[in-house]
Write a protein that binds this ligand. Structure first.
Ligand SMILES: [Zn+2]
Ligand SMILES: [Zn+2]
Length: 340
C-alpha cells in the first residue's frame, strides 16, 4: 500500500516517528480577526466541518434511529429486550469501527508505518495493562466498560423522551421552531462535544482524579484506535455526559443520539496514531490526530481539539513546533515555581 516519506506535509519519518511539519492550525472559525471566506469554505467545503466526517456520522445516526432502534413508545418502561438491542448494536458498532481501524492500520499495515507518530510497538508483557497487553486491555475496556455506559446513557435518554420528561415543545404546536432547533442542534453537536470534552478533560487532570481515574487512559503513550475508549468507568461516565447538554436543549431523541455517537466514534480516529487517514488525499482534518497525540506524549497540553480555541485561551495549546515545545517547557517551569 502507500509508502510515505517526504512527499507528504511533514518533515519525513526519520525513525523517531512521523512529525507533521507545519504548526497545528485551529479551525478557521477561531481566527481573529475573522476570515469569513476561509470560514465559509471550511464550514461547507470538502474536507471541512461537515464533510466528510460529521456528515457521515450523522448518516450513521439517522440510519441507527430509523432501523436499529426500537420505537420510542416501546421504551416507556425499562425492559431487558430493548436495552439488549441497544447494547448489541452498540457492541457491533464499536467492534466494527475500532476493530476495523486497528486491523487496517496495525494488523494489515494498510498505510505502512511511514505516517505513524511513533515507531514504538504497543506494549506487551507490561504490568501497566490488563492481561499485560496494551491492545487486549484497550479492547476489554472499550467493550466491557464503554459499551454498557454508552447503552445506559442512550436507554435513559429514550425512556425520558418516551415519558415526556425531555423535549420542550410538541411537533404539532411549533413545527418550524421544532425542526429549526433540531437542525441547529445537529450543526452544533461537534462544538458541544469539543467544549464539554475540554472541560471534562481538564477536570480529569486534577491531581486526585488523574491518579485514581484518568491515568488508566494515559497508560497508553503509544496510541492506536482501541486506546480511544480505554478509560476508567468514571472517566467514561464523565466523557459521555456530553449527552446531558442535549437532555437540556433537545426536542428530539436524534439530537441526543448524534451527541452520543460523536463521543463514541470520534476517539477511534482521534487515537489512530497516524497522520491523515490516507496520505495524499483530502480525507484529513487539520492535524486533529496529531493534536491529541501530543496530549498523550506531553500530558499537560492540548486537552481539547482544534475546533474550539479553549487550549489557546488557557495557555495549554501545543502546535507541534519547536516553539510549541519551548512554550510548554516554560509553562511547566512556571508551574513548578508556583507549586514550590
Ligand atoms: Zn486520548
Ligand atoms: Zn488527559
Amino acid at each position: 500500500m502507500a509508502d510515505t516519506t517526504a512527499d507528504q506535509d511533514g518533515i519525513g519519518n526519520t525513525g523517531a516517528g512521523w512529525k507533521p511539519s507545519g504548526p497545528i492550525q485551529l479551525a478557521p472559525i477561531n481566527a481573529w480577526p475573522p476570515r469569513p471566506r476561509e470560514t465559509l469554505k471550511w464550514l461547507f467545503g470538502f474536507p471541512g466541518y461537515l464533510w466528510p466526517y460529521n456528515a457521515f456520522w450523522l448518516g450513521v445516526t439517522l440510519i441507527t434511529w430509523a432501523f436499529l432502534t426500537p420505537p420510542l413508545a416501546a421504551m416507556q418502561t425499562f425492559e431487558l429486550w430493548w436495552i439488549g438491542i441497544l447494547f448489541a448494536r452498540n457492541f457491533a458498532f464499536i467492534l466494527l469501527l475500532f476493530g476495523g481501524l486497528h486491523l487496517y492500520f496495525y494488523t494489515f499495515k494498510g498505510q505502512g508505518d511511514g505516517l505513524r507518530f511513533t515507531p514504538k510497538p504497543f506494549a506487551t508483557n507490561s504490568r501497566r495493562f490488563l492481561f499485560k497487553d496494551q491492545v487486549r486491555d484497550n479492547i476489554f475496556r472499550a467493550l466491557t466498560y464503554a459499551v454498557p455506559i454508552i447503552t445506559a446513557y442512550e436507554a435513559v435518554t429514550y425512556w425520558a423522551f418516551a415519558n415526556g420528561f425531555l423535549g420542550l415543545f410538541s411537533l404539532d404546536a411549533h413545527p418550524v421552531l421544532f425542526w429549526g432547533w433540531f437542525a441547529l442542534l445537529l450543526l452544533l453537536a461537534p462544538v458541544i462535544h469539543a467544549i464539554h470534552f475540554y472541560l471534562g478533560h481538564r477536570l480529569l487532570h486534577a491531581r486526585w482524579l488523574y491518579k485514581t481515574v484518568h491515568n488508566v487512559h494515559h497508560r497508553n503513550v503509544e496510541i492506536g484506535p482501541w486506546s480511544g475508549l480505554a478509560m476508567h468507568p468514571v472517566e467514561l461516565i464523565i466523557y459521555f455526559s456530553t449527552v446531558v447538554v442535549q437532555w437540556l436543549l433537545a426536542l428530539h431523541p436524534v439530537n441526543a443520539l448524534y451527541q452520543i455517537h460523536l463521543a463514541a466514534f470520534y476517539p477511534a480516529l482521534g487515537h489512530c496514531g497516524h497522520d491523515k487517514l490516507k496520505p495524499g488525499n483530502k480525507l484529513a482534518i487539520d492535524g486533529g490526530n496529531y493534536f491529541h497525540y501530543l496530549h498523550h506524549k506531553y500530558f499537560e497540553c492540548n486537552y481539547g481539539g482544534s475546533l474550539a480555541p479553549l487550549d489557546q485561551w488557557f495557555g495549554t495549546f501545543h502546535d507541534g513546533t519547536e516553539e510549541g515545545h519551548a512554550r510548554m517547557r516554560e509553562r511547566m517551569r512556571a508551574k513548578r515555581a508556583v507549586n514550590g
